[in-house]
Structures are given as structure tokens and as C-alpha cells.
Design a binder for this molecule. Structure first.
Ligand code: NAD
Length: 295
């Protein structure tokens, strides 16, 4: 049993913290939002009134926050509150540079730290089947692994500080590009009079096979559980896809990597969001692509 402070009890953090409780850890949660605090309390998490109260006894702190700026601000505060050697883990999806700055804050305070973003979405958070991609020292990873195991099924140590975030944005750039490719293929198939099922049966067992096709198929029918069968309710919201594609573009700019398709995917999801569609599943971009055919 580890005493864990969990900061950021939103759509992901709430169920992740609940799984730590189920695994027998002593969890003190904290969130600025009344709604997140109430949902966490209803899920059996003991919610502290302040950040200081949440971390008072903690041997480990996990943060699950929206963006790099939130993480740096909270980690800055945490460094003045935590006990010596407290393990600090950030599971938010943020830019690599902010992740490295967060590690530097922790190191300056003498605390082992890990960037450990996740994939698997809210379903994976609830079912404790997330994949963690971790960056940090071997010793921090060794300490964190049993804690992360209570929230996920697969935990990969990707390298030093920031390597988890690097793996996450590279993976999600593949995801954004592949979803657009699958959507374009279905839209073209429709114009050619090809049924959705026929294209799926061929592509899912041929070289076009990919997760965007076989798990999140963007047309209703072939994959009954995909968001297309549920009015494109997320799932993985298009605004989050755009966020991750923009992180990849920032990283490409700062490193000089050529990512032309990643850039195009970011533009298309940017347009989709501008059209007020950011809250829908990212596979709904097929509807916009059908309408862009004459451009
Ligand atoms: P969310 O908006 O539901 O939750 C974020 C929570 O952080 C909110 O409850 C908010 O009140 C809280 N918060 C913000 N600033 C705070 C502060 N200073 N102190 C305490 N609490 C604070 O977001 P989410 O969907 O849970 O996502 C969290 C992170 O996980 C993001 O970085 C996101 O990109 C990443 N992620 C999300 C998904 C997904 O499917 N939702 C999947 C993988 C990764």
C-alpha cells in the first residue's frame, strides 16, 4: 500500500484514482473543479480540500491535468509541499519541453520523477487497461511500475526525461494520419459504389489494416462498437486529436523533423474544430472530408 496524492480528477484522472483505491492504495485526491471533486468522492476517493492537504503524507504524487502550463504550475507548487524523495508522476499529455522542465523541478527538489502519459481513453481508464509510456530514470520507473500497474495493462519504459511524451505524440500522429486515410478510402469507395462492408472485409485483412479501421471504423456497420454506430459520440474527441497533432507539430518544428502528413492532419482537424465539431469523435472527420471532395 502506498500513500498517493492524485491531482486532476477529470474524465481520465477520476477513474484512474478510483482504480488505485481498488488496488488497496491510500489515495487523497484534489481538483479545482467542484464537479470533478463530487464525481471522485462518489467513486470512493477521499477528496482533500487543498493541494497541501492532499500531499501532506504522500509517498507518491500523480498529476492528470489538461496542458503543460497546468502541470508546470502544479509541480512548482508541489515542490514546496512534498516530503523528500516523494515519487512524482505526470500522466497528462503535454509537450516534451514542459515534461523536461517538470522533471528538472522534481530533480531540483530531490524527488524521483516520471512522465507517464497514457493511451486507451476513458474506457481504458475505467477498466484499468491503459498503456503507459514512461520517461525518466530507471530507479523512478522501478518505483512507479507497481503503482501504474493498478491503472494499466501495459507499461513501457521509453527512455529518459520526456521520452514518454515523445512516444505518445509520435503514436498519436500516426493515429491522426491513419484515421484520415481510412476516412478518405471509405469516401472514395462510396463514390465508386463499393459497400462499406466489402471495403472493410478487404482492407481489414489486407495491407490497409490499421487500428483506425479495425477499432474505430469511421462508418457505421463493420465494427459494431465504433463511435460511428453511436452518432460519433466520443470515444476520442476530435479536439483532443487536434491537441496531440499540434504537440507533434511543435516538436517537429523545434527538432527540424519533416512531418508533412502530420501537418496536413493537424490542418484538417483544425478546420473540423473551427466548424464546431471538436466535441465529436475524431472519426466523424469523414463527414467533413466527404464535403471537401470538390476542393
Ligand atoms: P479533464 O478536463 O476531464 O480533466 C482535467 C482535470 O484537471 C479537471 O477536472 C480540472 O478541473 C483539473 N485541473 C485543472 N487545473 C488544475 C489545478 N491547477 N489543480 C487541480 N486540478 C486541476 O481532462 P481529461 O480528459 O481527464 O484529460 C487529462 C489529460 O489526459 C490531458 O492531458 C489529456 O490530453 C490526456 N488524455 C486524455 C484522454 C481522453 O480520452 N480523455 C486520453 C489520453 C490522454
Amino acid at each position: 500500500m502506498t500513500k498517493i496524492a492524485f491531482v486532476g480528477l477529470g474524465n481520465m484522472g477520476g477513474p484512474m484514482a478510483a482504480n488505485l483505491v481498488k488496488a488497496g492504495h491510500a489515495v487523497a485526491g484534489f481538483d479545482l473543479s467542484e464537479a470533478s471533486r463530487a464525481a471522485a468522492a462518489a467513486a470512493g476517493i477521499s477528496v482533500a480540500a487543498t493541494l497541501a492537504d492532499a500531499v501532506a503524507d504522500a509517498e507518491c504524487v500523480v498529476t492528470m491535468l489538461p496542458k503543460g502550463a497546468h502541470v508546470l504550475s502544479v509541480w512548482g507548487e508541489l515542490c514546496g509541499l512534498v516530503k523528500d524523495r516523494t515519487l512524482m508522476i505526470d500522466s497528462s499529455t503535454i509537450d516534451v519541453e514542459s515534461a523536461r522542465k517538470a522533471h528538472a523541478l522534481a530533480t531540483g527538489r530531490g524527488c524521483p520523477s516520471l512522465d507517464a502519459p497514457v493511451s486507451g481513453g476513458t474506457g481504458g481508464a475505467a477498466a484499468a487497461t491503459l498503456t503507459f509510456m514512461a520517461g525518466g530514470e530507471d530507479a523512478a520507473f522501478g518505483q512507479a511500475e507497481p503503482i501504474l500497474a493498478a491503472m494499466g495493462r501495459r507499461i513501457v519504459h521509453c527512455g529518459g526525461a520526456g521520452a514518454g511524451q515523445a512516444a505518445k505524440i509520435c503514436n498519436n500522429m500516426i493515429l491522426g494520419i491513419s484515421m484520415i486515410g481510412v476516412c478518405e478510402a471509405f469516401a472514395l469507395g462510396e463514390r465508386l459504389g463499393l459497400s462499406h462492408q466489402a471495403l472493410f472485409d478487404v482492407a481489414s485483412t489486407s495491407s490497409g489494416q490499421c487500428w483506425s479501421l479495425t477499432s474505430y471504423c469511421p462508418v457505421p456497420g463493420p465494427v459494431p462498437g465504433s463511435p460511428a454506430n453511436n452518432s460519433y459520440k466520443p470515444g476520442f474527441a476530435a479536439s483532443l486529436m487536434l491537441k496531440d497533432l499540434m504537440l507533434a507539430q511543435e516538436a517537429a518544428l523545434s527538432t527540424g523533423a519533416a512531418t508533412p502528413l502530420g501537418g496536413l492532419a493537424a490542418q484538417l482537424y483544425g478546420l473540423f474544430e473551427k466548424r464546431g465539431q471538436g466535441g465529436r469523435d475524431f472519426s466523424a472527420v469523414i463527414e467533413m472530408l466527404r464535403g471537401l471532395e470538390e476542393v
